[in-house]
Write a protein that binds this ligand. Structure first.
Ligand code: ADE
Length: 274
């Protein structure tokens, strides 16, 4: 998956994602991060990208043209890569035209190629980011993240290029870079191969809108606190049942708002009403 970040602070993005799991995935070629400096597209001799808002008011606004030029450059780059891929697929394809057995992942690739380019503007005015949005965005081959600064960006360019407005929570940050990194991190770990153990993205908090059950490692007793005996029993069915119950209890206690969206069985619903 390819992330393209339009920003005034590309070094912040590069430093933020080049470590740990995302860093390894970049080195392995599973992810690419293209941090584009909007200032490189400044169209005046002072290299400035901001100006006063019409109608007055505090602060400066990012101007439309540099943002648009940076977007156009990214779009051109993506279109060119896609054209080259189509050409090389035509040359190397040896499959018969009426091949009926199409793999699921091929279909997914095909679908993501046909969709229009998604451009996300990070803003406290957007839809609040969640795991479901991350899962949906992880299907894209390319994702453009536009980071604002100062008092925002000229509305006209937003109207022209933005497909999704996303907030990471009800608070105001100084810019969109941290939110962009939050999105990159969350989406990346859903890309197949990024986590070594693919199942670990499946069984965790927010899977099924339930929080993750408590986990324990060695020693069996730590400062007088013992590991729940069931986890030492080796009885896998009972362990699964206990974990599911713990997930439900934990969600009831810490995030009851999630429960109405979780797929509890009738038996589980009865159990929590007791
Ligand atoms: N930019 C400033 N604050 C933000 C927030 N909470 N989410 C996304 N982008 C932002």
């Amino acid at each position: 998956m390819n992330f393209h970040v339009l920003t005034l602070f590309p070094e912040m993005i590069e430093q933020g994602v080049n470590t740990s799991i995302t860093g390894r995935a970049i080195n392995n070629g599973l992810l690419s991060i293209n941090a584009v400096n909007i200032r490189d597209y400044a169209f005046n001799k002072h290299n400035s990208v901001d100006d006063y808002p019409y109608g007055g008011g505090a602060g400066m606004l990012m101007q439309a043209e540099p943002v648009y030029l940076a977007y156009e450059a990214v779009k051109e780059q993506i279109d060119k890569r896609k054209q080259e891929n189509i050409k090389s697929e035509e040359v190397t394809s040896t499959e018969p035209a009426d091949c009926s057995e199409v793999r699921n992942s091929d279909l997914q690739d095909e679908n993501s190629k046909k969709r229009p380019l998604r451009v996300v503007y990070l803003s406290p005015q957007g839809d609040v980011f969640n795991q479901k949005m991350a899962e949906e965005m992880a299907q894209e081959e390319d994702l453009v993240l536009l980071c604002g600064h100062y008092e925002g960006i000229d509305e006209r360019v937003l109207e022209e290029i933005v497909t999704d407005y996303v907030s990471i929570g009800d608070y105001v940050l100084t810019g969109g870079e941290l939110p962009a990194m939050v999105m990159i991190d969350t989406i990346s770990r859903l890309v197949p191969g990024v986590l070594h153990n693919d199942v670990s993205a499946e069984f965790e908090s927010f899977q099924d809108n339930l929080l993750e059950y408590p986990q324990y490692s060695r020693p069996e007793e730590w400062r007088g606190k013992k590991v729940p005996p069931i986890l030492l029993s080796g009885h896998h069915a009972n362990i699964e049942k206990w974990r599911r119950e713990q997930s439900i209890l934990r969600t009831m206690e810490r995030r009851p708002d999630l429960l109405k969206e979780s797929n509890l069985t009738d038996k589980e619903k009865k159990w929590i009403r007791q």
